[in-house]
Design a protein around this ligand. Structure first.
Ligand code: FAD
Length: 394
């Protein structure tokens, strides 16, 4: 599928992209189109099948993961706008695959606070194809991270970590574990610290990949930590800094979640537009019926508004301190706006396809399922609205 729609063409022209950004967009669109078949195949089974490995290897070879590693450690220089462009383009075929780029960008952001030794080691692994597990959510601590029960207790050899995590994306294949645990349980969220452990560290057990509605190319797992011994040097940042480290990484993740949602909407819109011009009903293409025209026009407006918002916020974030309050508010707004928009647009795309819209063989069926997940990933949208409202009424 390689539809050239007005949205595709004008999107590149009216948002002030540089030649380099336009070229990146074209390249990522081509990569996405070449991955569509693999994404469809991999969607059929939970976990990491051959199609998943082939797709992720392609993303590595084409240099998209290298964009998440800081250039001083061998990565490709890339600002957040470039990462948005890549994720939007890739999500035209699959949200989960695009999210894996965002996931590594979040990990890289968290690692900015790590020791030089850890950074050198982990970034080299990431460039060689390793993926990361970000283990913060727990069975009884989702949005409410103060309820975290995992502990890291100091002993003579460093820290010993005990606890259970859930919804840890990519944990089944990750070589790098970033773990959030309480070093001072009495201090609530101020007692959370961040640690690094390599795969194979005794005491880490990863459960089966969960079978999910969407984002099936981003499998997630329960992970348990039983007497996991890490050296003191494995701590990232100071004790008690864990939530601040996570918040900064999460701002990158929320911008990424917004880009994935936008791309899913674009992918569904492009397919629906193409179909509407071909499908005949009552003697003419359905695109000639006003009810369908209005749907397409509404989809176009929603997508372009989403583009205007996310490109502006990405540029703003590129020019700002990532931990700032304003960045957090705008990152939350992007994530909530784009994901709510993606659910509406992908649903309309399914509608335009009629019964064919719910066929497993139809890409819009997958894009619709992925869009729902973007309302939940990187925090549910209720939490985004709380974050925005707090900033408004403070
Ligand atoms: C695809 C995907 C990948 C993920 N990957 C990772 C990962 O790699 N690592 C990781 O650690 N986590 C990951 N997560 C977890 C994600 O960050 C959590 O889903 C999130 O933090 C919220 O936790 P929860 O889903 O358990 O929902 P809960 O926080 O339990 O919320 C349940 C419901 O209650 C609502 N709610 C909660 N508190 C309030 C409130 N105060 N006011 C109003 N409503 C409220 C929520 O909006 C939601 O509707 C992932 C999630 C998804 C969907």
């Amino acid at each position: 599928m390689n539809v050239k729609s007005p949205t595709t063409e004008r999107g590149a022209d009216i948002y002030g992209f540089t030649d380099q950004e336009r070229a990146l967009r074209e390249r990522a669109r081509e990569t996405a189109d070449s991955l569509n078949e693999l994404a469809r195949k991999s969607d059929a089974t939970p976990g990491y099948d051959a199609a998943w490995h082939e797709a992720v290897d392609r993303l590595h070879k084409d240099g998209y993961f290298a964009m998440t590693v800081p250039p001083e450690y061998g990565g490709t220089p890339a600002n957040l706008l470039s990462l948005v462009i890549v994720q939007e383009s890739l999500s035209r075929v699959d949200g989960g695959l695009a999210n894996s780029i965002s996931h590594e960008a979040c990990a890289a952001r968290a690692l900015a606070s790590a020791s030089e030794e850890i950074r050198r080691r982990v970034f080299a692994q990431m460039l060689a194809g390793s993926l990361t597990c970000i283990a913060i959510t727990e069975p009884d601590a989702g949005s409410d991270l103060g309820a975290m029960a995992t502990t890291a207790t100091k002993n003579g050899a460093g820290y010993v970590i005990n606890g259970n995590k859930s919804i840890s994306s990519l944990a089944g294949v990750a070589d790098i574990f970033l773990i959030w645990a309480k070093t001072d349980p009495a201090a609530g969220t101020r007692g959370i610290s961040t640690f690094f452990a390599p795969r194979g560290t005794p005491g880490i057990t990863v459960g089966e990949a969960r079978d999910t509605l969407g984002f099936r190319q981003l499998p997630h797992h329960d992970v348990s930590f039983v007497d996991v011994q890490v050296p003191e040097g494995a701590r990232i940042g100071d004790e008690g800094q864990g939530l601040a480290i996570f918040a900064e990484a999460l701002n990158v993740g929320r911008l990424g979640g917004g880009a994935q949602a936008l791309g899913l909407a674009v992918g569904a819109y492009e397919r629906a537009l193409d179909f509407a011009k071909k499908r005949q009903a009552f003697g003419q293409p359905i695109s000639k019926h006003q009810a369908i025209q209005f749907k397409l026009a509404d989809m176009f407006m929603a997508i372009e508004a989403g583009r205007a918002l996310i490109y502006s916020v990405a540029r703003f974030m590129d020019a700002s301190e990532l931990g700032s309050r304003e960045v957090g508010t705008y990152a939350a707004a992007v994530k909530a706006y784009e994901s709510d928009m993606a659910v509406r647009v992908t649903e309309e795309a399914v509608e335009i396809f009629g019964a064919q819209g719910i066929w497993k063989s139809n890409d819009v069926e997958r894009l619709f399922r992925d869009a729902k997940v973007t309302q939940l990933v990187d925090g549910p949208n209720e939490l985004m609205r709380m974050r925005i409202a707090h900033a408004l009424i403070r």
